[in-house]
Design a protein around this ligand. Structure first.
Ligand SMILES: Nc1ncnc2c1ncn2[C@@H]1O[C@H](COP(=O)(O)OP(=O)(O)O)[C@@H](O)[C@H]1O
Ligand SMILES: [Mg+2]
Length: 262
């Protein structure tokens, strides 16, 4: 296994196939989910700054190829505040919420068996190396603001600067949603610049969508991935935001900024 020094694809590692060029990720979420669910995974390296066994892989199915991250449940580091062996399902639950909100904050993510057993598999998003992530995390960027709303919905306890993935087309994806959906308020993030500010009209719309979907398909899907209490707490967080229509304030009994913030 190779070690990637920056936690990114090693330079020139174009999907592991010399001369093939970097794989072109599928354009739509359904195609990406099919590829991620049915594809053949080849582990190419381990992301060194990751706290869990986070593996950089290529994946191939029916002529479609992409790079992806594979986090086997067996490689999850035990945490005091989240039940063992549940981080992969939380990552998929975060993807499902992101889809329901309609902002594609999370790259396509599935739960499946892999070379080291069951785990989560997520489409790799190549971040634009020319974008300053620290500046982006402190900016008023629209996509980052959406991410702050998304994080409040999923109760993200670990939104670090390095979890922002801007491909360079104006969109910003986020990764690492293993420690989300606690029933206690644990929002821990570098994105507090909108605290107490009114939610945008589009955020209110997205929250309305997710609230409606929680009573339907999203609620049913989350019930497969989270406890009933965690799904209930998600609905209550959405209802609270729809009631007050502001970005939440930091929790007072919990470190509100991740350490290290990168
Ligand atoms: N889908 C992805 N696309 C691109 N880079 C990713 C993706 N997922 C993770 N990474 C990169 O790998 C690093 C480690 O992954 P992360 O999900 O944070 O693992 P861990 O749970 O171990 O902290 C991230 O900080 C990011 O740089
Ligand atoms: Mg991380």
């Amino acid at each position: 296994m190779t070690q990637s020094s920056r936690g990114r694809a090693p330079a020139g590692d174009a999907g592991g196939r010399a001369g093939a060029g970097r794989p072109v990720p599928p354009r739509d979420a359904d195609a990406a989910e099919r590829l991620l669910s049915a594809g053949r995974i080849a582990v190419e390296g381990r992301l060194v700054q990751a706290s869990n066994a986070t593996l950089y892989c290529s994946i191939e199915h029916d002529g479609a190829t992409a790079n992806c991250v594979y986090k086997p449940v067996a490689g999850e580091r035990p945490l005091w505040d989240f039940p063992d062996g549940t981080l992969a399902e939380r990552e998929v639950a975060a993807y499902e919420v992101s889809k329901a909100m309609g902002w594609n904050t999370v790259p396509p993510t599935v739960h499946r068996d892999g070379p080291y057993g069951p785990g989560m598999v997520q489409l790799w998003v190549e971040p634009d190396p020319d974008i300053d992530l620290v500046a982006l995390s402190r900016s008023d960027d629209e996509a980052v603001r959406r991410m702050a709303v998304f994080d409040a919905v999923v109760n993200n306890a670990d939104r670090k600067i390095g979890h922002l993935l801007p491909p360079g087309d104006g969109h910003v994806y986020g990764c690492d949603h293993g420690v989300c959906f606690s029933t206690e308020y644990k929002l821990r993030t570098v994105l507090w610049q909108w605290r107490g500010k009114p939610l945008t009209a589009e955020a209110v719309d997205a929250l309305g969508r997710v609230h409606a979907e929680l009573r339907g398909a999203l609620g049913a899907r989350l019930a497969e991935l989270l406890t009933a209490e965690e799904v209930d707490a998600t609905r209550r967080r959405v209802e609270l935001m729809l009631k007050h229509r502001i970005h939440p304030y930091p929790p007072e009994d919990w470190p509100a900024i991740p350490w290290p913030p990168l």
